[in-house]
Structure formats: C-alpha cells, structure tokens
Design a protein around this ligand. Structure first.
Ligand SMILES: Nc1ncnc2c1ncn2[C@@H]1O[C@H](COP(=O)(O)OP(=O)(O)OP(=O)(O)O)[C@@H](O)[C@H]1O
Ligand SMILES: [Mg+2]
Length: 304
C-alpha cells in the first residue's frame, strides 16, 4: 500500500536525514497535519520509536486509533506502509517468505535431468524463486518504510518467535540464502487488542503505548475534523453522550470510528438537536448488541 508523501525526507549535505520525527512536538504537528490527532503520549512515543529505532507496541481497545497511528506515521513521514495482518494460523510462509515451488519445479523440469544435485539445488534456491512476504519485504526496502504488524494478539504465540529476529536485529535468516539485514530500518508498529498477553521477549524489544478512548475535548476535535459539516453544538452533545455510554457496563463500548459514523448519521438525517428521541432513534450506529442498546436506553433515560 503506497501513501502520499506529505513531507519528503530532507537532505543534509548530501546525506539523507532521518525521515522520522525530530521532537515530540514535531511529531504532534506532523501527525496532526496528516489527519491524526495524537495525545501527548502518542506523539512522544512516536518520536522515540523513530529516534531510537525501536518497534512500537500499541495496545488498547477496539477503534481507538491503533492502526490509524501507523498509517498516519507513514503519511506524515512520506513513507510507504507495509502491512502484516495477523490472524489465527498465520505462519512463516505468509509472514516472512516462501519458496515458489511451482517455479522451482518448472526449472527442474526444464533442466531435463542434466544437472547434478548441487547445481539443481543452487539453481532453485535463488532469489528468483523467493516470494517475499511483508516482514522480508519491509526489511529489504531502501525507501522509508512503516512496517505495521496489525493485531499481533490474533496470531498464534509461535508467530512471536518468528518476529524476534526482525524486531531486535532487523534481519531475516533464510537458511538457503543467508541473512538479509535491513539497510534502512523500518519504523515498526505492532498493534494489539490485548485479547491475550504477549510474550515478555516481544515486549522487551518494543516501546509501549497504551491507547484509550480520548477525552471529550479530543474526541470532539477528531469528529469535527472528519465531519466538518457537523454543527458545533451537536458535536458537543454527541461526544458527551458517547462518554456517558462508555461508562455503562456494555459488551462493546462505542469506538472513535463509531462516534464518527454517528456524526455522519446526524448530518445525513439533518438532526438539529441530539435529544432523547434522536439518541434512541440512532443508537444502533454506536451500539451493536441488543443488550447494550437496551441498557443504554434505560440508563440514559434514567439520568436525563
Ligand atoms: N487520534 C485520532 N485522530 C484521528 N482519527 C482517529 C484517531 N483515533 C481514531 N481515529 C479514527 O478512528 C478510526 C478507527 O481507528 P483504528 O482503525 O486505528 O482503530 P484500532 O484501534 O486499530 O481498532 P481495532 O482494534 O478494531 O483494529 C480511524 O479510521 C480514524 O478515523
Ligand atoms: Mg486496528
């Protein structure tokens, strides 16, 4: 996935300067310009991840901007994004590399048995027959790269073992070819919903950022930036209502993405005041479980 280049890396005396951030403040303003409104901790940790060349582990509930932070770093720094989406059953062949067996077979057939075992082996375990997957792709790139390892907690714990070499040494070992070391270290972001504990070995190699729901002030900024046509007064009502809903004991609290959807809904329905009735009619945009819906209707009415 290639992102637009907002801020191409500057050059200093012929040397290419780091494409990442020069300070926490600069990180905040460049992320802001790229459409991401960071809290101070996100800006500082993003700066540090670039300056220390350490992977950044971002943990938190669904929809608080974990994945978006990695995308925003790529946009803000004029880097390309390489994404490894994790899931149960993800293996080395999908994460690192695999050999193109069909092509290898064709090569062997084409040689027609005229080669010795050594010749055939050297022939087919060459670069031409290698299929690079996201981790290897990111390591080999010469251009500034953000490597997003998304939802690492969804992958089996063995995948974390695969990651260790990449996360600490920025290299990948391919037994038949040797070790590929990054010429230019990618900016690595791992995200997790914390559905399970990650291994200490992975955590030790990363900087850690916990993202949570924003306060009403920042959420209003995010919502109005994404839905500028939303009336200021309704924007305030919306974020305050969402904050109250999040305090209830729910199966799934509304995320920032759902607040933004709600804002779009209110604009589309031309709702001029987010009163009790308007809330009840549009609650399905932010709450997706029946029990949550019922609880919110009851509790919000009780309090109003
Ligand atoms: N700080 C922010 N600034 C601007 N937009 C944001 C911010 N945080 C979240 N968003 C918005 O919320 C949406 C959801 O964020 P994102 O997909 O990054 O969530 P997530 O934490 O990765 O969730 P999940 O765990 O479900 O993958 C984004 O598409 C973006 O529009
Ligand atoms: Mg995500």
């Amino acid at each position: 996935m290639i992102w637009g280049r907002l801020a191409p890396p500057a050059t200093m005396g012929g040397m290419t300067a780091s494409p990442w951030f020069a300070s926490p403040d600069e990180a905040a303003s460049r992320l802001h310009a790229a459409g991401y409104l960071p809290d101070p901790a996100s800006a500082t940790t993003s700066y540090l991840a670039g300056a220390l060349e350490k992977p950044l582990l971002v943990e938190g509930p669904a929809g608080v901007g974990k994945t978006e932070l990695a995308k925003a770093v790529a946009r803000a720094c004029g880097a390309d994004l390489v994404r490894l989406q994790c899931y149960e059953g993800l293996d080395e062949a999908r994460a690192l590399y695999e050999w193109n067996y069909r092509k290898q077979l064709l090569r062997i057939q084409a040689a027609g048995g005229s080669e010795t075992w050594e010749q055939a082996h050297d022939d087919i375990f060459a670069e031409e027959f290698l299929l690079a997957r996201p981790l290897l792709t990111a390591i080999r790139r010469d251009e500034p790269t953000v490597l997003l390892i998304d939802e690492i907690d969804k992958a089996d714990v063995e995948v974390e073992g695969l990651l260790l070499e990449v996360l600490s040494d920025f290299q990948v070992t391919i037994p038949e070819l040797g070790t590929v070391t990054a010429t230019r270290r990618p900016f690595v972001v791992l995200t997790s919903n914390a559905t399970r504990e990650l291994s200490e070995a992975v955590k030790r190699r990363c900087l850690y950022l916990h993202l949570d729901y924003p306060d009403v002030e920042r959420e209003r900024e995010i919502v109005t930036a994404q839905v500028p046509e939303l009336d200021r007064h309704i924007a305030s009502q919306l974020v305050e209502t969402v904050a109250r809903v999040r305090e209830l004991e729910l199966k799934k609290a509304p995320s920032i993405a759902e607040s933004v959807d709600w804002a779009r809904t209110l604009v589309a329905l031309e709702i001029g005041d987010l009163d009790e009735r308007a809330i009840a009619e549009t609650l399905g945009v932010i709450l997706k479980h029946r029990s949550d819906h019922e609880r919110a209707v009851k509790e919000l009415r009780l309090r109003s």
